[in-house]
Design a protein around this ligand. Structure first.
Ligand code: MG
Length: 312
């Protein structure tokens, strides 16, 4: 084995943050907010510097009512700001709706384990891989980049431990189908930093081509440590949600996504560029809390503020 080089712990120059608040954040919030407020949320995120964001999901509106207006959201988003809008789909119908709505990218969700697969999309892991192979053809024909999230990659709320070899095998199939990016989702916030290191290595070995993106929930307070581990393992794309809002309607007790402003603070403090203005992101989190959702949000920075304090 090659020993790590001296600069193996140097911070990366830049990290891309994919903002998932408008989709993953809002889909499980007890407050149903209307399309205009979602568009204000998206505009605020863009003002804060976000350039790639998950805007909507195209799933059964009976099962996820908060996302029923995906088409209207996409019809209203700013188009002149160089922003890439991602639409989430679980099947062919969703993929077609996302394309018709004008999404720039499609994110398809695979599952790493049976229990969550049944609850979230009524499919086994292998069935989600079969489906990905079929819809990848449609995305390719429409010339739209396709990414694949492997959800519950670090633990399933029903089945418990998830086998890294199985996650790697799903990643291999996603890469072979043409997914240009693979996201590993810690849907229930179960991972430790060492799990992250092992899983990234296993997935890289199985699927070296696609970019890797990591998606953490802070359910057990490990999200920032896991992000640090992911960056140490060479990952440069991280999902985060303003205010730390979100969860998953089909994963019991899966509390919020890691908060964008908490991630931005840690990275920028370490000299890592994110392109996101911390103060504006904090303002957005406070706006969510006070105006849009009217309940407290989980992030720390929206309470503490940044450091050092701004000059007055
Ligand atoms: Mg999430």
């Amino acid at each position: 084995m090659t020993p790590p080089s001296d600069n193996s712990s140097a911070a990366p120059e830049a990290v891309e943050i994919v903002e998932v608040g408008p989709r993953d954040g809002l889909q499980n919030d007890p407050t149903l907010i209307d399309t205009g407020v979602k568009l204000e949320f998206i505009t605020r995120l863009i003002e804060a510097g976000v350039r790639r964001l998950e805007a909507a999901s195209f799933v059964n509106p009976k099962l996820v009512p908060a996302m029923a207006d995906g088409d209207a959201v996409m019809a209203g988003v700013p188009r002149d700001r160089g922003v890439t809008y991602i639409g989430l789909a679980l099947n062919e119908r969703g993929l077609r709706r996302a394309i018709d709505a004008g999404c720039d990218e499609i994110n398809f969700v695979m599952v790493a384990s049976e229990g969550f697969g049944r609850a979230n999309q009524n499919a086994t892991p292998e069935e989600t891989a079969d489906l990905l192979e079929r819809i990848a053809v449609l995305a390719h024909d429409a010339d739209i980049p396709l990414s694949a999230t492997i959800s519950v990659a670090f633990g399933d709320p029903f089945d418990g431990e998830v086998d890294a070899g199985r996650v790697a095998q799903l990643a291999r199939r996603a890469a072979a189908a043409g997914a240009c990016e693979i996201a590993l989702g810690d849907t229930i916030g179960a991972a430790s930093p060492w799990d992250v290191r092992r899983m990234v290595a296993a997935v890289r070995a199985a699927a070296p081509e696609p970019r890797l993106r990591l998606h953490f929930h802070n359910t057990r307070n490990t999200a920032l440590a896991n992000i640090y581990a992911a960056l140490e393992a060479g990952v440069r794309i991280i999902d985060a949600s303003a205010g730390g809002i979100g969860g998953c309607p089909f994963a019991p007790r899966a509390t919020g996504n890691v908060a964008t402003e908490d991630v931005v603070y840690m990275l920028e403090r370490g000299g890592v560029r994110t392109g996101i203005d911390l103060d504006k992101m904090i303002e957005t989190a406070r706006w969510l809390e006070q105006t849009a959702l009217r309940h407290p949000v989980a992030s720390m920075l929206s309470k503490a503020g940044g450091f050092p304090p701004a000059a007055r």
